[in-house]
Ligand binder design. Structure first.
Ligand code: G3I
Length: 395
């Protein structure tokens, strides 16, 4: 509809140009300036991602059988009432950004502290949101005691105790668990593509299968997810990652491992041109053909390398959201989109990928003051034009 309007506008504009023909050099110069201004205005219009109505993202997604949600932390929701309100309004799923990691959850080998994560689970329940778990087995954010305590003899018992206790604590109350996170790293040089982690060193490659089986026992209702990054672009690095992840998923499925979905983190890069819709589409289809669902789990767009001008920057970021989401939402196996944060006020990229000009980063749907940005519009439009899902949620 909007596209038609733009095309009509462009035709009228070009027809209008005809009336200027033959009126001398000054007129030509004026016309050129005018033409360029008009073209700019048209381009701006095309890329301003207009949306109809104020309907929040969670409702737009739900209308298509999709879930929209975001990661957040307890301190953000508890210290900023406006942020909490926006979060509840926009999101149908909450994922603790850090609170369910080993370092935060397990102060000693034999004790667990669920204070922070329980607070988030309550917030989700109170606001009618699904709750999602990140993550049961990861090589990063391990507790300080890990190195001096864990060895070949006790690693399995320590990992199993963790999964049983944590997944058991939230059994029946969690939509999905990132059971294993970032276990693939082709550059580590192994023929199976697995990352050299302490878990691999102590338990061998079977640790992934064991983790999924233990999680399935501890919470038979949760959707069990393998989650990873660097699968989005047409680069040798991402190609190798896609191939290795697919091989891992095939291996797991052929062994009967209870893995139900692939989590694609999708930390995207503004300025990266090597996006290939067909390659990504084919990968998603290969994953779906294994009988797996797909979740976009940590979507954001780094603006580190983009222009200083905020308007231009926001438009480019929105364009990337739109391009990516229109490809992934076309795949029926994709059931959810989560952004890694909701507002630019709270994003890991502020510390990890700061801009050289020192201006605040703008990678998320809402700005620092919680105002909806073009990125929000782009996501809204992507949900509005996504095909309806008829999938049953759950595993
Ligand atoms: O808690 C301290 C705080 O007291 C202190 O003021 C602050 C100063 O830097 O540090 C705080 O902790 C940091 C925390 O982020 C704050 O949110 C940790 O040091 C830092 O390690 C932690 O980083 C998190 C990172 O994972 C490592 O766990 C990010 O929040 C989180 O966004 C990021 O998320 C990861 C996913 O889990 C996996 N995929 C990639 C994604 C982005 O890196």
């Amino acid at each position: 509809m909007a596209k038609k309007r733009v095309l009509r506008g462009r035709r009228n504009f070009l027809l209008g140009l005809g009336t200027f023909a033959g009126t001398g050099a000054v007129a030509i110069a004026t016309t050129k300036r005018h033409q360029s201004n008009q073209m700019q205005a048209l381009a701006d219009n095309i890329r301003s991602f207009p949306v109809v109505e104020n309907t929040p993202l969670r409702n737009r997604a739900a209308a298509k059988g999709l879930i929209y949600g975001a990661a957040t932390q307890k301190y953000m929701l508890s210290s900023n009432r406006e942020f909490a309100t926006s979060f509840a309004q926009e999101c149908a799923m909450l994922v603790p950004e850090d609170e369910l990691k080993w370092r935060n959850l397990r102060p000693t080998p034999n004790s667990f502290d669920f204070t922070q994560s329980d607070w988030l689970a309550r917030f989700a329940r109170t606001h009618n949101m699904l709750f999602r778990g990140h993550t049961l087995v990861w090589h990063a954010k391990l507790p300080k005691w890990f190195k001096s305590t864990v060895n070949r003899q006790n690693a399995e018992q320590i990992m199993l105790k963790h999964i049983t206790t944590v997944a058991g604590h939230y059994a029946g109350k969690i939509h999905s668990w990132d059971v294993v996170n970032e276990a693939v790293s082709p550059k580590d040089g192994r023929s199976d593509g697995l990352r050299n982690t302490p878990w691999l060193k102590f338990l061998g490659s079977d640790y992934i299968d064991i983790a999924f089986r233990t999680a399935a026992q501890a919470d038979p209702k949760a959707l069990l997810v393998y989650n990873d990054y660097s699968m989005e672009y047409d680069t040798p690095k991402d190609e190798a990652k896609r191939t290795a992840v697919l091989k891992l998923l095939e291996r797991l499925k052929s062994k009967g491992t209870p893995v139900h979905a692939l989590g694609i983190q999708a930390h995207l890069w503004g300025g990266e041109t090597r996006f290939n819709a067909l390659k990504l589409k084919a990968f998603l289809k290969n994953v779906a053909d294994l009988g797996l669902k797909i979740m976009i789990t940590e979507l954001d767009v780094t603006d580190k390398k983009l222009a200083n001008n905020v308007k231009v920057r926001d438009r480019l970021i929105a364009g990337i959201y739109k391009e990516f989401l229109s490809v992934v939402l076309d795949e029926p196996a994709v059931i959810a989109v989560l952004t890694w944060g909701l507002s630019d006020r709270y994003t890991w990229l502020t510390e990890k990928e700061p801009r050289k000009d020192g201006t605040p980063v703008r990678p998320l749907p809402l700005d620092e003051l919680l105002k909806r940005k073009l990125a929000w519009n782009a996501i809204a439009r992507a949900f509005d034009s996504a095909p309806v899902r008829r999938v049953k949620h759950g595993n």
